[in-house]
Design a protein around this ligand. Structure first.
Ligand code: SAM
Ligand code: SF4
Length: 323
């Protein structure tokens, strides 16, 4: 469906838990956070019902995220349920990868099409420091297992000044021999990210060009998001840049988000949205649900407004929103 700004909304990102096995410096505080009670998060049946209703309104792509989606028991069962919904063309997952170690084949069988794996460095010590305890070798194994299983794989890195500056070209070089995209996402001032310093995409692109030579624009299909891609000579895969801060892409935004506690978020940085859990648990009809979703989506904010004063700024952390 179209929102009030004429943007086509065909993509939903679903955070299925706010819990995580890691504590990345830009996302969660070291001491952890108080998590939602199980009774307060949507059941798989409720999530499926929302996805079916969104599909009838034109959503075709679904991403399961978190927190760490694999930290929720039965995550792959949910993937399978969504995979079988008629009209859903693609189901993807954003994950830190660790709990997928040994589970990739099962994920493929469940119908997963694509995997975005968050990884900021190839240095095991730096990885452990950024994630506060993560084991790099498991992530690397999952990347290769996923490629072997025929999943489309992207790496998501969030470069942070002073934390993961060195070794970013080494990370990008993963795409030299492998058919993957290594994408650099600008740090956003959300939750713990607000206290850290981003590295702008243009600076990273210049570093990549210095390391790998001229970068050719890669216009081939990479999914349904706002990244722009380049390919150095001799690379099988590509390097991507997602630049919400330096090159705002709100005019092309195609997504809504569902938080683990059932709130339909219309924009990453705005509180505006719809309490779907209350509607679902009050016994709303299918028709009522569609109308409520349609009316909410029509109110999607025009811009994220990260760098200006807005009066309904989001206060949830990234692990609650799902990125
Ligand atoms: N746990 C999973 C993971 O790490 O991929 C899924 C949830 S995580 C919140 C989703 C994405 O948000 C990750 O790629 C992560 O790097 C990114 N992220 C977290 N905090 C961020 C921030 N402040 N700015 C930009 N991206 C952020
Ligand atoms: Fe967990 Fe993902 Fe947040 Fe890292 S970015 S703490 S893996 S939810």
């Amino acid at each position: 469906m179209l929102d009030a700004c004429g943007r086509t909304i065909d993509y939903v990102r679903i955070s299925i838990t706010d819990r995580c096995n890691l504590r990345c410096v830009y996302c969660m505080p070291e001491e952890g956070v108080s998590c939602l009670r199980h009774a307060d998060i949507l059941t798989f049946e409720e999530i499926e019902r929302v996805v079916r209703a969104l599909q009838r309104l034109g959503v075709r792509y679904v991403r399961v995220t978190g927190g760490e989606p694999m930290a929720r028991l039965g995550c792959l069962e949910l993937v399978e349920r969504i995979h079988w919904i008629p009209g859903i063309e693609e189901i993807a997952m954003t994950t830190n990868g660790i709990l997928l170690d040994g589970q990739v084949e099962r994920a493929k069988q469940a119908g997963l099409d694509a995997l975005n794996i968050s990884l900021d460095t190839l240095d095991p010590e730096v990885y452990r420091r950024i994630t506060r305890g993560g084991e790099l070798e498991k992530v690397l194994r999952v990347i290769d297992d996923a490629l072997a299983a025929g999943l489309r794989v992207k790496i998501n890195a969030v470069p942070v000044r002073g934390w993961s500056e060195d070794g970013l070209t080494g990370l990008a070089a993963l795409a030299r021999e492998r058919d993957i995209s290594v994408r650099f996402i600008e740090l956003m001032p959300v939750g713990c990210g607000a206290a850290l310093s981003p590295i702008p995409s243009d600076e990273l692109e210049a570093r990549m060009a210095a390391a790998f030579g001229p970068l050719t624009k890669d216009e081939s299909h990479h999914g349904y998001g706002p990244a722009r891609y380049v390919r150095p000579a001799g690379f099988r895969g590509s390097i991507g840049f997602i630049s919400p801060m330096s090159h705002e892409f709100c005019d092309r935004c195609n997504r809504v988000r569902l938080t683990a506690d059932g709130f339909l978020k219309l924009c990453l940085n705005h509180r505006a949205g719809l309490d779907l859990r209350a509607l679902l648990r009050d016994g709303i009809s299918e028709e009522g649900l569609e109308t409520a979703l349609r009316e909410a989506i029509a109110r999607k904010p025009r811009r994220h407004g990260f760098s200006e004063a807005i009066d309904d700024r989001e206060e949830r952390r990234m692990n609650e929103i799902g990125g």
